[in-house]
Design a protein around this ligand. Structure first.
Ligand SMILES: [Zn+2]
Length: 251
């Protein structure tokens, strides 16, 4: 298997895509991609699918934690090429379509300005721009799901609505695999400061910081021993422990 994709759990693969993570979840029915990475990552997605011994024909769905461009990435391309649904929480649909107020990547710019004295933050902004963050391809048709729903896609992820980072941000629980995909509700890498370990993303990248803090409570009780975040390395431990560390880091 190439270094561009790594197995992290039973039938769960991580494709680290330059500071952001995309995940591939497989079962006998095929393959689900949970977040697709940067907008200019199609060839890397194809390579990763081949590297785990699958093909684009196995793709059944793209599932999104939220509609930021570094997560929705090539979802529209996958929808058109592979004729698969793109799923997002009902409250996130307009953002994924590029229609929500605040969906534009430029909406993040004012909040970022005070961070740009930090070389690591400037590097992130340049990296994001080079990878198509400012020119996302919005998804034209989105299939909504609701909080608590078990999605009928490979891996059967269960939706855990965790609003705050965005209005319909959703984490996904794979109970039978002991895995929580936490998206950007809880990460292990601050993309602006490059600090590591379980934490919230900076308020500058978050629509509703108080909501994001409150949403940690929704992750806390979930049973899992592996937390796979939208940014940063996989974290071995329970969601409750990860949340405790994120709260400690937030003080
Ligand atoms: Zn995000």
């Amino acid at each position: 298997m190439s270094a561009a994709v790594e197995q992290v759990g039973p039938g769960v693969y991580r494709r680290p895509d330059g500071l952001v993570n995309s995940y591939l979840v497989t079962d006998d029915d095929g393959l689900t991609i949970i977040d697709t990475g940067w907008p200019r990552s199609w060839s890397r997605v194809e390579q990763a699918i081949a590297a785990i011994g699958r093909s684009l024909n196995d793709l059944r769905a793209v599932v999104l934690t939220h509609g930021h461009p570094d997560h929705l990435g090539v979802a529209e391309k996958a929808r058109q090429r592979c004729r698969v649904p793109v799923r997002a929480h009902r409250d996130e649909v307009e953002r994924v379509r590029g229609k929500a107020k605040g969906a534009s990547p430029f909406a993040l710019v004012p909040g970022l300005l005070p961070h740009l004295w930090r070389p690591s933050a400037t590097a992130f902004v340049l990296h994001a721009t080079r990878n198509g963050f400012m020119t996302p391809t919005w998804v034209r048709e989105v299939s909504p799901f609701d909080d608590g729903e078990e999605l009928a896609v490979p891996g059967k992820p269960r939706a855990v609505l965790t609003p705050g980072h965005t209005e319909g941000h959703t984490a996904f629980h794979l109970p039978d695999r002991g895995v929580l995909l936490s998206g950007d509700a809880l990460v292990t890498l601050d993309v602006l400061s490059r600090e590591k370990g379980p934490r919230l993303l900076p308020d500058a990248l978050t629509s509703d910081p108080a909501g994001a803090r409150a949403s940690l409570q929704r992750l806390e009780p979930l049973e899992a021993d592996l937390v796979l975040p939208g940014h940063g390395e996989p974290w071995s431990g329970t969601p409750a422990d990860a949340v405790a560390q994120a709260r400690a880091a937030d003080r």
